[in-house]
Design a protein around this ligand. Sequence first.
Ligand SMILES: Nc1ncnc2c1ncn2[C@@H]1O[C@H](COP(=O)(O)OP(=O)(O)OP(=O)(O)O)[C@@H](O)[C@H]1O
Ligand SMILES: [Mg+2]
Length: 329
Amino acid sequence: MFIVDQVSKVYRTKERKGFFKREWKEVEAVTDLSFHMEPGKIIGLLGINGAGKTTTIKMCATLLEPSSGSINVDGLDAVKHDRQVKAMVNMIAGGERMLYWRLTGRENLVYFGSLYGLTGESLAARIAQLLKQVGLEEAADTPVERYSKGMKQRLQIARGLINDPKYIFLDEPTLGLDAPIARHLRQHVKELATEQGKAILLTSHYIHEVEELCDEVYIINKGKLVAHDTPEKLTKSLFKESTLRVTVPFLPESLARDLHHLTRSERGRWETVELPESASVELVFRSESDLTTDVIAALAKNHIPVLRLTTEQPSLEDVILHLAERRSA
Ligand SMILES: Nc1ncnc2c1ncn2[C@@H]1O[C@H](COP(=O)(O)OP(=O)(O)OP(=O)(O)O)[C@@H](O)[C@H]1O
Ligand SMILES: [Mg+2]
């Protein structure tokens, strides 16, 4: 188990004040954050820019020491036993950092493997296996500067898996990747958890990625935990209503009356929006129950054609923004 217990991080930086003067400034990036990771599970760490996600990941990956609190990995304290913990964890970041461009893919992996004390035959075998796993066998001996973005990202993954970590931290792993490459990568991440039993923590600004991959999500805002649940439960608990939008050419009195009755009996609300550019009217219904069938029946009864119909379920993105706004209000 990977247990993060009441962890905080304060950055101290020197800020220029006037021409000669410099002043210490403190930024509390993470405050009393607790969560845990288990084998085979993917958890998401979400929050708007500057929420403290990368700082949290860096502490988990032993790249940064917490200012207070503790991180315990399979019974070992991450600060006191950082060498042993380092061997069990690794971090993969999106973008094109952390690779040597002049070296080939294989040479990069040899270098990063050596940082974990891996050498010789066993390292060569591990690298061959990883290159195959991420589909870079053919490009293994090409300098990284000639790699495409997707290839670099696949090499990053191989780099992050070089020490066969039990706990994997992915910081925006699909950042800047094309849709098919990102999809392939998500598939790979899922398999690392389901087939290899890795415990994974993921941050992402692509909400559908989180909904697709994560078993649970932790939402942080200004370094503090504001919500923790499954993606479905989080959206349902905060936004019970769904929205139905129907565009019609006009709204006769009789239809308005029917819709009024209908929404009242279902304890919903509705309003109309004039769309002058298309000479039509949009009817917007908000309700906890699904009104689609009843609304269509009312339209048919009044012989009004439907020009357009959409339903909107609240998304996890709504939840994050809602929580961030509520906390900073
Ligand atoms: N090295 C640093 N020195 C000082 N302050 C820092 C440092 N790194 C991050 N911060 C500050 O800590 C806070 C959290 O930053 P962090 O990078 O962890 O957020 P994030 O959630 O990863 O954001 P993003 O979504 O933009 O990647 C921010 O206020 C940031 O300005
Ligand atoms: Mg970040």
